[in-house]
Design a protein around this ligand. Structure first.
Ligand SMILES: Nc1ncnc2c1ncn2[C@@H]1O[C@H](COP(=O)(O)OP(=O)(O)O)[C@@H](O)[C@H]1O
Ligand SMILES: [Mg+2]
Length: 349
């Protein structure tokens, strides 16, 4: 229903020369895209993180012809399901739960699943691909272990200060409790290591609505952060908190230059024609002002409006365009072509 080339030509007007530059980079044997590992985050749930992750993956693969890896760091496994793998499908297979437990460099390669969307099977020049590192509910365990490792480190520090003579004995016990869980926040970076990611142009990591260990693992493994938010008070608050937490922890995470490089504003409700003139409803405009005050420089345009067909595609685990009315498909494709272009422009640097 959509003319990919025509849509991309519209994006070219906003990002002149980008596709040429991209083609050149992809054809060379050089270091590839400068920045390829992205984390999508908000402390709040239900703001469209998973939607934005899969929608961007679609745009980059289907429109820009890239090989995209999606990492589902949320134990809710919404992204995994939207890529075609429900809870019963992931019961017997390796997921991030197992790969992170193994904690071996590059071992994530062993759990890759292809996204099942029909559209991606189209035989067309310039067609990319989407793979996923799937998640399952018990990914929560990896988060809990990190908490135990933190507690053990605190105990060790206290003992060192107050009773260093028993440190050797305590260490044996702590090791039994924590096992080989050193540097728990580096585990995702480690399993993505080695040459595994050479096969991909872009990696998108979807996070749980939490700033806990799973999100911190993604921060430690990323080169850029995208905040996803709605134009509501609480979700802007959650986005700002995710940014603050990043700034507070990035040095400890061994990633001191990591920063927020984009804000995706999603699910904007256009209620009446006056809203349309302003691009948002009156109270949404307050939230947008708040966003601009905190994160103005990196607020990406265009904003994504609320469309019931977007929720439909997510519910049914189909690509963003499948089953949409033509007008919605064109709207979403055009918005995503620009999000994709912005991401690529920032990735190239
Ligand atoms: N632009 C949009 N229009 C309509 N529904 C949307 C839009 N973006 C997201 N949704 C729906 O909102 C819900 C929450 O989105 P989701 O991506 O799961 O958020 P998160 O990952 O932040 O929890 C989902 O049902 C999704 O389909
Ligand atoms: Mg989600």
């Amino acid at each position: 229903v959509i003319d990919i080339e025509a849509t991309l030509r519209q994006a070219d007007e906003h990002y002149p020369g980008l596709r040429e530059k991209l083609k050149h980079i992809l054809a060379s044997d050089g270091p590839g895209l400068l920045r390829k590992k992205w984390t999508l985050v908000n402390h709040k749930g239900g703001v469209g993180k998973s939607h934005a992750t899969m929608a961007l993956a679609w745009a980059l693969a289907y429109m820009y012809g890239l090989h995209v890896l999606v990492v589902d760091m949320d134990p809710q496994a919404n992204t995994t399901r939207r890529a075609g793998y429900g809870a019963t499908d992931t019961r017997g297979v390796g997921t991030l739960t197992e790969a992170l437990a193994m904690n071996v460099e590059g071992c994530a390669e062993g759990i890759v699943l292809p996204c099942t969307w029909e559209e991606l099977k189209e035989e067309r020049d310039g067609m990319g691909s989407i793979d996923i590192l799937p998640s399952r509910l018990d990914l929560e365990k990896r988060s809990e272990e990190g908490g135990v490792a933190d507690a053990a480190a605190l105990i060790r520090r206290a003992v060192q200060q107050q009773k260093p003579s028993i440190l050797a004995d305590i260490d044996v016990i702590l090791k039994k409790v924590v096992g080989k869980l050193e540097r728990p926040r580096q585990r995702l970076a480690k399993i993505l290591g080695g040459t595994f990611l050479d096969a991909y142009d872009i990696v998108l990591m979807d996070c749980p609505p939490s700033l806990g260990l799973l999100t911190q693992m993604a921060y430690a493994a990323s080169e850029g952060v995208l905040l996803c938010t709605n134009a509501t008070f609480d979700s802007v608050d959650g986005a700002v908190r995710a940014q603050q937490m990043l700034h507070q922890t990035r040095t400890d995470l061994g990633n001191p230059t990591l920063d927020v490089l984009g804000v995706l504003l999603n699910d904007l409700q256009i209620v009446n024609s006056r809203d349309r003139a302003f691009g948002a409803s009156v109270n949404a405009q307050e939230s947008i002002k708040e966003l601009q005050a905190h994160l103005g420089g990196v607020l990406w345009e265009p904003f994504m409006e609320r469309r019931s067909s977007i929720a439909f595609t997510n519910d049914y685990g189909v690509s963003p365009i499948t089953s949409m009315r033509d007008s919605d498909a064109r709207y979403v494709a055009s918005t995503l072509s620009l999000w994709g272009a912005r991401l690529l422009e920032v990735s190239i640097g």
